[in-house]
Design a protein. Sequence first.
Length: 301
Amino acid sequence: MEFIDYYKILEIDKNASAADIKKAYRRLARKHHPDLNPNDKNAKTKFQKINEANEALSDPEKRKKYDQYGSNWKHGGEYEQPSGPRQGYRKPAEGFDSSGNFEERDFSDFFESLFGGAQRGRQSTQSKFRGQDYNAELSLDLRDAYETHKRTLTVNGKNIRITIPAGIENGQTIKIAGHGGEGANGGPNGDLYIAFSISNSTQFKREGDNLHKEQLLDLYSAVLGGEITIETFDGAVKLKVKPETQNGTKVKLKGKGFPVYKKEGEFGDLYITWQIKTPVHISEKEKALFRELQKISGHGK
């Protein structure tokens, strides 16, 4: 018979105490229960192995036989000399049978501590399990994330209406409580976690709550100064240009950035970087004027 390492199955070492065994079993029984893993075809097999290991190791006499005889521990008595009738009461093993079902033995105390309550008498024990958490991804454009709005999602055939706060960030996850999988035996539902994937089709670059934009500026306005109209997320604004503005100069527009997440009326800033545009296709007269300016400035030959 192939050797099955019960200690390995329960993820404990051979010197584990009875308390360690009980703790490991409870944790693994919850993790691999078939009702909580409907999409895992191997869940039932794992669950059965966990219960088989618990059956052998939670009982001191069975554990002793397992340590001595290995996989043949159930037939260990065949190798021993009869020792006569035994006296006293031995507490039944705690756990499930090898088929993954609750055994109708003395499990009341065990299930009360493990699952928070049990039915006594001949009624079968019904454990309450929390439903699975669901994960979903929602794609938005940067403009969608600028304003608070509602969306309808379809999750496992159910329509869920959610409110998306302005200022949501790329990669951010929000939790919708109670909209995950249904709980088992009256247990609470799981939660729905929505991860946001935000693309950017705008001319703005977002950094946290601030926005950045490169703005072309004609040479004449850069030299002489002036006023130009630029687009922001909430409309066009007029911006003054200082005379002798250099290429790459940054200007901050306070409060014209992105909304601060869940802080009504608060916004980051918008930073404009001037990119001075050199004129092209200039006329002969314009060239003559530039040559004259070149001489005046002392840069002529």
